[in-house]
Write a protein that binds this ligand. Structure first.
Ligand SMILES: Cc1ncc(COP(=O)(O)O)c(C=O)c1O
Length: 218
């Protein structure tokens, strides 16, 4: 892709916001460091907001690979260029400089949960396709063999996934909290299989480990 971009002088914006959340066994390569990036107008964007859970604090970074992009960034409206909050800047600096311990714990947690999810699916929903992610906190489930019209909705309504922190759960009987299971918005056909059935659901297995247990499991 970088070679194509170079050939056609296309601006590439590499969003590397999830990069710190690469999980054990995988490696992330920053696009700008690849040999193919030479000569590409490449803008790397990132933030501490995902890995250190700081989204509300509003701070992101854009790293231009060449002077023309630096000049282009300077021409952005002040609001976009300097709109980060002071708290966001401070928190991001602390995250990047001193947050290695936090990040290691988050990654270990995600690593355990991706394996826990694989184990639970193998026992309870063996038909569901699941390739444990190499990074970040989304687990994509191929639910086409279940033949459900809208798997994410079914899981949301009837799933036995429970939130531990009750304040996230408006109705204590509701066992999935919004955000743990995503409905696919936007293109309604995006998650349809060749047979036209909806088949994908994305689970956020960053939640606490109790999410896989429920009454009667001991
Ligand atoms: C790939 C990617 N880039 C950027 C963002 C925006 O991050 P933030 O919420 O910190 O603005 C998101 C948020 O979901 C994302 O998934």
């Amino acid at each position: 892709m970088l070679a194509l971009a170079a050939e056609h002088d296309v601006l590439v914006v590499a969003d590397e916001i999830h990069a710190p959340l690469v999980l054990p066994g995988a490696r992330h390569t920053v696009a700008a460091t690849m040999p193919e990036a030479a000569g590409v107008r490449l803008l790397t964007v990132t933030s501490a907001t995902k890995a250190w859970n700081l989204p509300g604090l509003k701070c992101a970074l854009a790293v231009p690979a060449e002077p023309s992009l630096r000049r282009a960034l300077r021409r952005l409206p002040v609001r976009d260029r300097l709109g980060a909050s002071i708290l966001g800047i401070e928190a991001s600096a602390v995250a990047f400089e001193e947050g290695a311990g936090w990040l290691a714990a988050v990654r270990a947690h995600l690593d355990r949960n991706r394996r826990l999810l694989a184990d639970l699916l193998a026992v309870r929903l063996p038909e569901v396709g699941y390739l444990p992610p190499e990074a970040t906190y989304l687990a994509w489930l191929d639910c086409r063999p279940l033949g459900l019209a809208d798997p994410a909705r079914t899981f949301y309504d009837a799933g036995r996934v429970r939130a531990r922190r009750r304040r996230h759960v408006r109705n204590a009987r509701r066992r999935v909290r919004p955000g743990q299971l995503r409905h696919q918005r936007g293109d309604p056909d995006r998650d349809r299989g060749p047979d036209g059935r909806r088949g994908a659901a994305a689970l956020n297995p960053e939640c606490r480990r109790r999410f896989g247990r429920h009454r009667g499991d001991g």
